[in-house]
Design a protein around this ligand. Structure first.
Ligand code: AMP
Ligand code: GLY
Length: 426
């Protein structure tokens, strides 16, 4: 069957790479794709937000199944749009993706369903927000409620920072209407993990826990990014904790969404803090994490097409999702300057050599082609992934490969997986 993947990041390269391995795959298209996706399928120059264009393409090419990667088209209702036109598509409808699109909605849903999360209040008036922040004091966390490309969260260690954050969101309105509502919540300590549950609206399957490294600097310092590297599984998260997350977070959230008339089909991805007061949800995403997806696709044994179709068709109850043993990791290679301003257009070399290291696959995030050469075209440029029998082995392989890839301004964190290795194992 012919399949269309929508998106252009490392997540979508890894989805296309894994889908390509299905014996049932026919033609594989990626819209708009990047310099890497063209190696596994055909890039189609249609923007992920051009719903008319995408649906027209899917009709014309008789696409049997469309897989949507990124949050923006999901939040704007691409799945509803495709379904209304009789097109088969995988991902949550707009009302279900709202759990990512509105942090205020997600927090209220969690409160209602008794899901453990940081204490919070929601504000739409600057003066009220300011008095609340002054009353609570620092540390405190301030979030623009809407989608803001991951930039709308301010973890404030002083009151002055918190006041500046409120000013940016509510007075200067740097996130426009994404900042109409502001969530102010208690600061939680502890390590963060990523949970992914594949849901069909009734049943769900929990993936092994993964861990991203969101900050730009080593030892989790500096600005937040889209993610600088991931590992799966997280060895210190035991079966008991996972069971508890399943029963206290995933199940009640999916039930609450269904009760709101928005059964969730797709990947529900809660980010959790394993804090000293137990695990608490930081946020919900309505899609695969990136780079998390790049490590899940490396460890997944089951045919991804089978898994996503079972989710779309309400058949997860009888589906079996299997994983290979061992670990998968990824190291993101970014452009110098990211997550602030950076330059584009530098030639990239060494990917072929890197992929000769055992267990290594390189996924592209921000690359494009200029004539014969591959050039940098984004903040996150490549994701160097590796599998191994142990976490240490997977990391050693990935870091060996990282050294073989070159482009001007290449930046990466040297400590991916280090904090997991330092934890007592379960
Ligand atoms: P979010 O987009 O809500 O996941 O927030 C982005 C990042 O900010 C998270 O990955 C955390 O590292 C941090 N963060 C968000 N909420 C909190 C909180 N309540 N306490 C501490 N850190 C937080
Ligand atoms: N890796 C973080 C995210 O995709 O939101």
């Amino acid at each position: 069957m012919d399949v269309l993947v929508i998106g252009s990041g490392g997540r979508e390269h890894s989805l296309a790479w894994k889908l390509k391995q299905s014996p049932r795959i026919g033609k594989l298209y990626i819209a708009p794709g990047n310099g890497g996706t063209r190696l596994v399928g055909e890039n189609v120059l249609i923007d992920a937000m051009d719903f008319e264009g995408l649906a027209k393409f899917a009709k014309e090419k008789n696409i049997a199944f469309t897989v949507v990667g990124p949050d923006n088209p999901l939040g704007e209702g691409i799945v509803d749009f495709f379904k209304q036109r009789g097109l088969r598509v995988w991902g949550p409808v707009k009302a279900a993706a709202h759990i990512e699109g509105s942090k205020a909605f997600a927090k209220r849903l969690m409160r209602e369903a008794g899901v453990p999360t940081a204490e919070f209040e929601v504000f739409s008036n600057h003066d009220d927000a300011l008095s609340y922040v002054r009353e609570r004091g620092a540390p405190i966390v301030i979030k623009a409620s809407g989608l803001s490309l991951g930039k709308g969260v301010y973890v404030c260690s002083t009151l002055a920072e918190a006041e500046a954050a409120l000013n940016e969101i509510m007075v200067e309105r740097v996130f426009k209407d994404a900042g109409d509502e502001v969530v102010i919540e208690e600061y939680l300590d502890g390590q963060e993990i990523s949970i992914h549950a594949l849901s069909d609206g009734k049943d769900f399957v929990l993936f092994p826990p993964s861990q991203d490294h969101k900050q730009i600097g080593e030892n989790d310092t500096g600005k937040n990014t889209g993610g600088m590297g991931a590992i799966v599984p997280v060895p210190w998260v035991g079966a008991e904790a996972l069971k508890d997350i399943e029963t206290r977070v995933v199940r009640p959230t999916l039930r609450a969404l269904a009760e709101h008339g928005a059964p969730f089909v797709g990947i529900l991805y809660p980010g959790l803090k394993m804090s000293s007061q137990g695990h608490k949800v930081l946020e919900f995403n309505a899609r695969f994490g990136d780079p998390e997806c790049q490590v899940y696709t490396r460890l997944l044994k089951t045919d991804l097409l089978d898994a996503l179709e079972a989710s779309a068709d309400g058949k997860l109850g009888s589906a079996k999702i299997e994983w290979n043993s061992g670990f998968a990791v990824n190291i993101v290679l970014a452009s110098g300057g990211y997550p602030d301003a950076y330059k584009k257009g530098f030639p990239i070399t060494g990917i072929e050599e890197a992929e000769k290291v055992p267990g290594v696959v390189v996924f592209h995030s921000g690359t494009s082609n200029q004539g014969e050469s591959l050039i940098t075209a984004g903040g996150r440029v490549l994701g160097v992934s590796a599998v191994g029998d142990t976490l240490k082995e997977a990391l050693a392989r990935a870091y060996e490969a990282v050294e073989l890839i070159h482009f001007e301004g290449k930046y990466f964190r040297r400590d991916i997986g280090r904090k997991a290795l330092a934890m007592p194992m379960r």
